[in-house]
Design a protein around this ligand. Structure first.
Ligand SMILES: Nc1ncnc2c1ncn2[C@@H]1O[C@H](COP(=O)(O)OP(=O)(O)O)[C@@H](O)[C@H]1O
Ligand SMILES: [Mg+2]
Length: 470
């Protein structure tokens, strides 16, 4: 455990922050951890402390200078100002809770622009210990910074009816009943990042089906791919003619019809593969989730409502189907965001109960974990067991929030220890995470591990109304 910061240390940190020193330099000089410097700096941003010198003795920081030096100072000042502007689209560190050992506030800094860190969060823990509650808290905090969150919910508690009223009041959630009403999204859409047009689309659809429906083998994969290319060709969309990629898309159902047509054609050598592929993927078409008269998902509008949480409700869909729908919708969102190009943090995608999804190479979640940051997409993943995630999720989430978990083969303790070597031994981590009370978590962020009591909504609300009053 890092030692508690003394008053003198705190003042020294504030002084050096005022001078514009970087976190590591300050930490080394004052004898605190870089995480503690961040926490103090976050307090400054939140207005708990003011930086010394900003009001009283500006000459302490900028001594009267000779003309040549003055120009240099001015230049440096301008550079600092530019830096501030560049940072404007980044996010103020978000309050998680308090360190149970010393009462220090603990923050999550999702800003996609800070060093090697990424904005992604992985949440682990057995049922009932606080995953969904914490996710709701993070989403609410993000809305206060005008960053939208899109939640994929499978009826596991992300309904406004079951979340704390403070969450609903703060986020004014939009609930889209994708399972009940269908969605007006066509998985056949060609995005600007699809350099090979319909070929990319065909590959993506076949990959998604193969991931979701485990019984789809190599031959069925190939036949689904072919069916997509053929329905595109029927609509005069050809891989070799990029100008044709703008044409009206066929309906997604056409893929199913095409597979059936192959199956019914006695001269088709692949009739049997086509028949089995059609039957494996038939649930997608039975529920007719992707339909022109379904809920409109206008990402541009949804992302503009940054002060709201968007809940895409998938409850009631058959298990593999909710997964297929989630993955197609994620591809659609990724395609939209990629077309916007690299940018600041735009939104968070929240996947509670993420064990329903695939983390394999080529899956949308894997792509988001690896590249989301570049396009301003953050990911918050929660699940009960680490095996649900695969190593790509562990390696690509800078922040981990672990609630009580059995950790039978101590795989989690070992992984966490690798991140926080200096602070806690492997045994300490194991003892902590297997006994945490509800609402408390072992939080690893910026390579520091702490036991944190996650702040209740009631207390957040007090803070929000105070912040508004300022
Ligand atoms: N930080 C917290 N502060 C206060 N109550 C909490 C906290 N975390 C969880 N709870 C309570 O515990 C219940 C279960 O938490 P939940 O987030 O639904 O667990 P999980 O998603 O891990 O199954 C919540 O409904 C809430 O009443
Ligand atoms: Mg939950």
């Amino acid at each position: 455990m890092p030692k508690k910061v003394t008053r003198q240390q705190r003042d020294a940190v504030l002084h050096m922050l005022a001078q514009g020193q970087d976190r590591d330099t300050i930490a080394a000089n004052v004898g605190v951890t870089p995480g503690q410097v961040s926490a103090i700096s976050a307090h400054v941003t939140m207005g708990t402390y003011t930086l010394p010198g900003s009001e009283a003795h500006p000459q302490d920081i900028a001594p009267v200078a000779e003309p040549a030096q003055r120009t240099e100072n001015l230049l440096r000042m301008l550079q600092t100002l530019e830096g501030t502007q560049a940072r404007e689209d980044s996010v103020t560190p978000i309050h998680l809770g308090s360190d149970v050992e010393n009462g220090d506030e603990v923050f999550w800094n999702p800003s996609a622009h800070t060093g090697a860190a990424n904005p992604h969060v992985l949440i682990l823990g057995e049922s009932g210990f606080g995953k969904t509650y914490t996710i709701a808290s993070l989403a609410a905090e993000l809305t206060h910074q005008n960053i939208a969150s899109i939640v994929f919910d499978y009826g596991q508690g992300f309904s406004p009816a079951t979340l704390p009223p403070e969450f609903v009041a703060a986020t004014n959630p939009i609930e889209l009943h994708a399972s009940r009403d269908g969605v007006n999204v066509n998985p056949l859409q060609i995005f600007p990042s699809d350099l090979h047009g319909p070929v990319n689309v065909a590959q993506r659809i076949a990959d998604t089906f193969a991931c979701v429906y485990k019984r789809i083998g190599v031959q069925q994969h190939a036949i689904v791919r072919q069916a997509v290319l053929d329905v595109m060709a029927d609509a005069n969309i050809s891989p070799d003619a990029p100008e044709s990629w703008e044409a009206d898309l066929p309906m997604f159902n056409a893929v199913q019809a095409k597979l059936r047509a192959y199956a019914d054609d006695p001269t088709n050598a692949h009739a049997r593969s086509a028949a089995s592929a059609a039957s494996h993927i038939s649930t997608v078409f039975v529920f007719n989730t992707f339909r022109a008269r379904g809920q409109r998902l206008a990402w541009s509008e949804l992302l503009r409502s940054g002060n709201r949480v968007i809940i895409i409700q998938l409850k009631g869909l058959e298990h593999s189907l909710e997964r297929a729908v989630t993955e197609f919708l994620l591809w659609n969102l990724i395609g939209y965001i990629e077309a916007l190009g690299p940018g600041p943090l735009r939104c968070f995608i929240i996947l509670d109960e993420a064990h329903r999804l695939s983390f394999n190479p080529g899956s949308p979640v894997e792509k988001l974990l690896r590249e989301g940051r570049k396009f301003g997409l953050g990911l918050i993943l929660a699940s009960q067991q680490p095996e649900d995630f695969g190593s790509v999720a562990f390696a690509n989430t800078a922040t981990k929030i672990v609630f009580q978990v059995g950790d039978e083969r101590s795989a989690i303790s070992r992984q966490l220890h690798r991140k926080v070597r200096k602070h806690h031994s492997f045994g300490e981590i194991y003892d902590v995470i297997t006994k945490l009370p509800r609402g408390s978590a072992y939080v690893v962020t910026e390579n520091v591990g702490r036991v944190v009591r996650i702040t209740k909504f009631e207390d957040r609300v007090v803070h929000w109304s105070r912040a508004r009053g300022r």
